[in-house]
Design a protein around this ligand. Sequence first.
Ligand code: PGA
Length: 252
Amino acid sequence: MRIPVVAGNWKMHKTFEEGLSLASEVIPMVQDEMHHKAEVVLCVPFIHLSAIARLADGTRTLVGAQDCSNQTQGAFTGQVSAGQIASTGAKYVIIGHSERRQYNQESAQELTQKAKQALAAGLTPIFCCGEPLEIRQGGNYLEYVAQQLTDSLFGLEGSDFEKLIIAYEPIWAIGTGLTASNDQAQEMHAFLRKHLATKFGNLADSMRILYGGSVKATNATELFACPDVDGGLVGGASLASREFTEIVKCAR
Ligand code: PGA
């Protein structure tokens, strides 16, 4: 039985005060309105981590960052280590989001290092993968995404691998309003689970694979009902408390 996860990804939105105000709406709503087992995570900008982790303390909502350094500590101006993130009370960290792969040229090897740093600090990595539109149209999309997992995750030990969460986010669906159909999502998730099993065996059965890309309250029920979809990574819709809570309610 895989417990579903709904993680909000605020990206680079909200000033400090605005973020506190959004979190103080979302956290009690989730608390009052969710009556089933699911993990709820807010992946917020670094500036919010500590304050929101404090707000969420003792509630059903957990907090995560959107990236971490591939280094443990030292002279890396502007970077934030996994240990620093964990020291705020955060429990999760997104690794390898397509926007970071694109704008920060994150390599597969760097992502392995980041995943290892996160695990060593006791954080749960939410490892993102997904294909651009031209790969989808070219027809080789299953192999392309499987290769992303091979390149960054197959170097991990099984005991580390089992603590990971994967998020499949087709790039053509991120922030575009286009969503993968249920069939498209299920096809990819089932393929990735089989692919992970070639390396990690039965552990792949307990791996949570989230779908991301224009998840909304109106499509979440159907997407989350796909047998291999174990919840969602939600960008735009996580910035509105009511919408996000409705999505959370769909994950059972
Ligand atoms: P979106 O973003 O829900 O706005 O499409 C998802 C993501 O990038 O994680």
